[in-house]
Ligand binder design. Structure first.
Ligand SMILES: [Fe+2]
Length: 907
């Protein structure tokens, strides 16, 4: 019904199926709607009926009565300034355009106009762009005065048409003058120019409504807005334009670039063989070489994401997006130019130390100009000197207090509980250990780790007792990696194993690794494809043990990045976000709940597809799996990922790291109490759960209200059947029939976007910034006596160790990426916080009180975690040189802080 109002007057005449707005001229005669630039007061004024004179500056409300009283209403329109715009030029442009047009605003009532069977409407043009001064420097406010009849009812939506040539960023509109106080229309959205899209934008007020509760006057608008977001009327295959706000799905068929080089061809991810979550559709044409492959768009041109998903320009100079782009466009090429001719291994540990003391000297003169504009944070310090530029790295937290901690076994084990990848350790539940891989391909399934061998490392405890007391744990990468090892090791400079590590929780409460099994695929030339290593006490075995641990760490770094970080947080969130926009109206309470947790994720994922995970990108160049990296990620999605196990308690129980215990706050008891990620994570999890349950209870009081919510059911259905299409037939998808079902699903999603991502993401530089602690790849196999260079290892084991690690260029590249990915931007929004510009996100005092309770609980959790970090009985987070576990502290300042839980995955 509102289709006519969504089109600007000059462009709808030829659209016969939509009502021509010019017909409204009849009702323009009755009430004056005056829109002027004004700084008048906000008082509610009742005036006498207006005369019947036709006003050129506005229209009348439909349904307005000739004899009705009117009220004066002021609309305050808040717009965010562009950081890099030319204000003089823009103001001139606005003025020129504004003389006749400006912006057009329609207020839509929640009540139906009987004459038209749609919401009552008043319309006006705001002319000119002379801003009112604002207290906040980066915003400008405009105001427009309306006069509406008293029987108009409460405005529930605004249609806004931008008649200027340029888009603008609308933060909010506030209507003053109604008797029950101001009415807020939160927007935070880009309003496209009519030149780009003739449809008006629909902005709803901040009242949350389930679909069945939608006021009659805006029912049609609710539907029309969703249709527009789904791309209604736009061919699915058409290429998206930057001003579009269309959310749709596509497979990962854009990682390769076969048109550029056949070596850069990569298989499609998102089919039966290589399942994967869906990403946001861009509609780019296929490549010439492969019709199934989407053509690439390379830096500096951006990949399409819906307009409101792009990073804000505000504070661009220190903004994470700007830094990320600078990293890809300037720093990495500059590092490569500086080091490529001498891409050699580190020869001694002091060369690594020099990165923090002296820095890397970037000598490439051509790079100087752009590098001087490089946006760096606290960690990568740059110092200008004549003709040269220094890139200095900050000392990573893992070696800040104790330079040699990484060498210790207990530190290796501590990082499995409190490091950047604390989600792969499992209780050893069964013994012997068997592979689930096909024995016909991969050989006998039994592990080479024996009970006798383990018993030698248990300090006198029997193996049975250690199992009974749940003291044995495993980090098992065997089945995930072995199918890829042959291919990985065929790549230049890559030598990896599939590892298993057994850890023992001693009676003193200290976890330590006691055995490492390194496996290669079975080949006739190497029948002993599985070797088991234990801690050595002589010079040779000591260094062998160090090398075995380094191989485990490089397995861990790859699985962390490709599975736990990229797949399980970034990639799996993307379909939830697309479905939320497509299926839930912005007035839906669940949309409002999820909105802060979707910020910037599509944009950061698009940047990653362009620069990080693409064929020939930084991940391939820096991590062991090389060009097979994303295939490995797909295999993990195929074999391991399940939505119901992404809940923290369920994941801990699956891994045997917790047992069900109804007496505990989250219903689980940890097997290792001193497990910082899990202990702090359960606090955050339970706070989110309590907030979500109270929120859901508030909006879904009726027993059948979940199953009758058509938008909600469409949302969940689309997540399963479109967003995670390749997993659509899995039996483990939770049902969505009850409030409990909904709360559980939402708690999992919010946890993944906030706490889980923070725990997995922001420790990347603090732990990975020291290459020996966490090499992203290994370049040599373990030394064996039969090898020709075994003698070199015996003569100089340190050099052998260092030459097994990433080269200087590989290491410095990864350090630069990890630094940027570990950085909080200055405009980060943390869990429990609301941006001050979004204070009016919902018109519901009860919900605001519940949110305040959630924020208070997070403050308490901050104190609890701080106290834990001072408890000397917790050896995983205290002790000489041991960094505290802060990754799940809710708040942080900007930069690389190793703490802070942003609401969403934004880096
Ligand atoms: Fe991330």
């Amino acid at each position: 019904m509102f289709a006519s109002l969504l089109r600007s007057p000059t462009l709808i005449a030829d659209n016969s199926h939509r009502r021509n707005i010019s017909r409204s001229s009849g009702w323009r005669r009755r009430v004056q709607i005056q829109a002027v630039i004004s700084s008048g007061d906000n008082k509610s004024i009742t005036t006498s009926p207006l005369d019947n004179k036709l006003e050129t500056n506005g229209s009348v409300p439909r349904g307005g009565s000739k004899d009705s009283q009117v009220i004066k209403v002021k609309a305050v329109v808040t717009i965010r300034k562009k950081m890099k715009s030319n204000m003089v030029e823009d103001n001139l442009e606005y003025l020129i355009n504004g003389v006749g047009h400006g912006i057009q605003i329609n207020l839509i009532s929640q009540h139906i106009d009987p004459a038209t069977s749609c919401g009552k409407s008043v319309q006006s043009n705001v002319r000119g762009w002379l801003p009112k001064p604002s207290k906040i420097p980066y915003i400008v406010e405009y105001s427009a005065d309306f006069t509406v009849p008293t029987d108009f009812g409460r405005p529930a939506a605004i249609l806004i048409t931008n008649l200027h040539a340029k888009e603008f960023h609308l933060l909010q509109i506030i209507l003053h003058g109604f008797i029950d106080g101001p009415i807020f229309f939160p927007a935070n959205t880009w309003i496209h120019s009519r030149n780009d899209n003739p449809l008006s934008r629909i902005i709803f007020n901040n009242q949350a409504y389930l679909p069945s509760q939608t006021p009659p006057g805006i029912k049609d608008l609710r539907r029309e807005d969703l249709l527009s977001i789904r791309g209604g009327g736009t061919p699915q295959e058409s290429e998206r334009k930057s001003h579009d706000r269309i959310y749709d799905y596509a497979t990962y068929n854009d990682l390769g670039n076969p048109d550029k080089d056949e070596k850069l061809a990569r298989p499609l991810l998102g089919d039966h063989d290589r399942p994967y979550p869906r990403r946001c559709r861009t509609g780019r044409p296929p490549t010439r070489s492969d019709p199934m492959c989407e053509s690439r768009i390379e830096k500096p041109h951006p990949i399409y994401v819906p307009r409101d998903e792009t990073f804000e320009e505000i504070k661009q100079d220190t903004f994470s997006a700007g830094r990320l782009k600078a990293l890809f466009h300037n720093l990495i090429p500059s590092l490569a130019a500086t080091l490529s001719k001498s891409d050699i291994p580190f020869k001694c540990f002091s060369e690594i130390d020099k990165l923090y003391i002296d820095g890397v000297t970037l000598k490439d003169e051509e790079q100087r100009g752009i590098v001087e504009n490089l946006l760096v944070g606290k960690v990568m310090k740059q110092v200008l000197s004549a003709g040269q530029r220094l890139l200095k790295y900050e000392i990573p937290a893992v070696i800040k207090g104790d330079k040699f901690s990484w060498l210790r076994d207990n530190e290796f084990a501590r990082q499995a509980l409190a490091g950047v990848n604390p989600v792969n350790i499992e209780l050893l539940k069964e013994f012997p250990i068997y592979s689930k891989l096909d024995p016909a391909v991969y050989g006998p399934p039994e592990s080479a780790i024996t009970k006798e061998l383990l018993e030698q490392e248990l300090g006198g405890m029997s193996f049975e007792k250690a199992m009974e007391e749940k003291r044995l744990f495993i980090i098992d990468y065997h089945d995930m990696l072995l199918p890829f090892i042959k291919k990985m090791n065929s790549l230049h400079g890559r030598k990896a194993y599939a590892s298993r590590t057994i850890l023992f929780n001693t009676k003193t409460g200290v976890l330590r690794p006691i055995a490492i099994e390194l496996s290669l695929p079975q080949m006739p030339s190497s029948p002993r494809n599985k070797r088991v290593y234990t801690q050595g006490h002589d010079g040779t075995t000591h260094w062998i043990w160090k090398l075995a641990k380094a191989h485990v760490c490089s397995n861990d770094a790859g699985i962390h990045q490709l599975v736990n970080h990229w797949l399980r947080t970034h990639a799996c969130m993307e379909p939830y976000i697309i479905a939320t926009h497509r299926q839930l109206s912005s007035m839906h309470p669940i949309y409002k709940l999820l909105h802060p947790h979707m910020r910037y994720t599509l944009e950061i994922n698009a940047l990653a597809r362009q620069n990080l995970i693409n064929g020939g990108g930084i991940i391939e160049a820096s991590f062991s799996p090389g060009k097979y990296a994303m295939e490995l990620s797909s295999a993990a999605y195929k074999n391991l990922w399940r939505f119901d196990m992404e809940s923290l308690p369920a994941d801990l129980i699956r891994r045997g790291m917790a047992v069900e215990d109804p007496s505990m706050p989250c219903g689980v008891k940890l097997v290792i109490d001193d497990y910082p990620y899990a202990a702090d994570g359960l606090l955050i999890w339970s706070a989110i759960k309590e907030w979500v349950e109270s929120y859901v209870q508030h909006f879904y009081s009726e027993s059948d209200s979940i199953v009758t919510d058509v938008e909600l059911q469409g949302w969940w259905s689309e997540i399963k059947f479109k967003g995670h299409y390749d997993k659509r037939n899995e039996p483990w998808w939770p049902k969505l029939d009850t409030k409990e079902d909904l709360s559980s699903i939402l708690t999992t999603m919010i946890w993944v976007a906030s706490g889980q991502h923070a725990a997995i993401n922001f420790g990347q530089y603090p732990f990975g910034g020291y290459v020996p602690n966490r090499p992203t790849l290994m370049r040599k196999l373990m030394p064996q006596e039969s090898d020709s260079d075994y003698e070199k290892f015996i003569q100089n084991p340190q050099l052998f160790f260092l030459s097994s690690l990433p080269t200087q260029l590989q290491a410095t590249k990864v350090m630069a990426v990890q630094d940027t990915l570990s950085t909080h931007s200055p405009d980060e929004e943390y869990l429990g916080q609301v941006n001050h510009m979004h204070n009016h996100w919902i018109n519901d005092h009860e919900i605001l009180k519940l949110f305040s309770k959630f924020s208070d609980r997070l403050e308490e959790i901050e104190e609890i975690i701080n106290a834990r970090n001072k408890d000397t009985s917790l050896k995983s987070r205290t002790g000489a040189g041991v960094p505290p576990y802060e990754l799940l502290l809710p708040l942080s300042g900007p930069g690389v802080t190793g703490r802070g839980i942003p609401n969403s995955i934004s880096i």
